[in-house]
Design a protein around this ligand. Structure first.
Ligand code: NAD
Length: 350
């Protein structure tokens, strides 16, 4: 397949790009290179004849038209987005622009190319979204997000992603654009930008700083190793039923406090503190995020039953790999720590 991956210099997009090239797909990586991007993430494949990079903003329609007519992809995998909830609280404008207006322009550019090339049966637009569009769940294991859960987004980030999901469904229903959609739980793993919970915890622990936990740390997320997510996305892009959406989860629900304590335990083994104490002693509790969703949990039945996919790693296995990756790749994360806002407390404005 020839894939056009948007946001392929980001965390999840780069995992998709690396995995797709490894298994022999041709990949065009379209990315505006915002603060969250890092071309190092795709260095492993950037010398391959299967890989091309196009620097472009998904809000730039002429650039999109040029890229579509030049490359004529079989499949679009749309991951480009503003993705950090705390930043969306401080400045929602970029989220509206990229996640909603950008998705609209990408849909229109894809539709034009699909029509211009005779509506090939093989074409697909795969929209990658989040479980955060469903809102928040009570702490009751019998209640989970399914593909039919009503949308109830509660942050500017999740509202902008929900809007983009609706646009994609509308382009399918109204114009017949062949689409598939996925909504995924929290990802973690190598190349995770150092403003997100798990890399932040690893790096603050190593720096001897306090490890900030929002509220009392009881918020529950369902964690998925990023390379498992990339595998699931490539499967849905090829085998997913047109017009259908699939929830992707890690089957690994934990509280934020449990996740950070596990990270500390792994670091205690791999790089013990010089004073012999545990990194968990650095945990502190800070003012909560406004509108913080209590629990996300994915019911993965559809993806498991229809496409036979399950995550390959437990959270403990994935965290051990992730911590080791950050220990081995200090040059990568040190360079990103200088970027605007990284390491600062964001998202407290009300
Ligand atoms: P990320 O912030 O790491 O990467 C986003 C990428 O998109 C960056 O490379 C950035 O430069 C690019 N980008 C941003 N605005 C752009 C624009 N206007 N034009 C072109 N490129 C632009 O994000 P991520 O964590 O890799 O998430 C990727 C996708 O997966 C997003 O759509 C996100 O909503 C979704 N998602 C993320 C998670 C998660 O846990 N991180 C979970 C579920 C779904």
């Amino acid at each position: 397949m020839k894939l056009l991956v948007t946001g392929g210099a980001g965390f999840i997009g780069s995992a998709v790009v690396r995995q797709a090239v490894r298994v022999g797909h041709e990949v065009v990586n379209l990315d505006a290179l915002t603060y969250a991007a890092c071309l190092e993430n795709v260095a492993e494949v950037s010398g391959s004849h299967l890989y091309t990079f196009e620097r472009a903003d998904i809000c730039d329609r002429p650039a999109l038209d040029r890229i579509f007519s030049t490359h004529n992809p079989d499949v679009v995998m749309h991951l480009a987005a503003e993705s950090h909830v705390d930043r969306s609280i401080d400045g929602p404008g970029d989220f509206i622009e990229t996640n909603i207006t950008g998705t609209y322009h990408l849909l229109e550019a894809a539709r034009k190319n699909w029509i211009d090339t005779g509506k090939p049966d093989s074409f697909r637009f795969h929209h990658i979204s989040t479980d955060e569009v469903y809102g928040t769940l009570p702490n009751d294991p019998s209640v989970m997000f399914t593909e039919t859960t009503a949308y109830d987004p509660r942050s500017p980030y999740s509202a902008s992603k929900a809007a983009s999901d609706h646009l994609v469904r509308a382009w399918s229903a109204t114009y017949g654009l062949p689409v598939v959609m996925t909504n995924c739980s929290n990802n973690y793993g190598p190349y995770h930008f150092p403003e997100k919970l798990i890399p932040l915890a690893i790096l603050k622990a190593l720096a001897g700083e306090s490890l900030p936990i929002y509220g009392d740390g009881s918020y529950i997320r369902d964690w998925l190793y990023v390379e498992d997510h990339a595998d699931a996305l490539l499967l849905v892009a090829q085998k997913g039923e047109l017009g259908r959406s699939y929830n992707i989860g890690g089957e690994n629900e934990r509280t934020n406090l449990e996740v950070v304590r596990t990270v500390c335990g792994i670091l205690d083994d791999k790089r013990p503190r010089q004073d012999g104490k545990s990194y968990a002693d650095q945990i502190t509790f800070v003012t909560d995020r406004p509108g913080h969703d209590a629990r996300y949990a994915i019911d993965p039945t559809r993806l498991r039953n229809e496409l036979g996919w399950r995550p390959s790693l437990t959270l403990e296995e994935g965290l051990a790999r992730t911590v080791q990756w950050y220990l081995d790749n200090e040059a990568w994360w040190r360079a990103l720590q200088n970027r605007q806002g990284v390491g600062d407390r964001l998202g407290v404005k009300v």
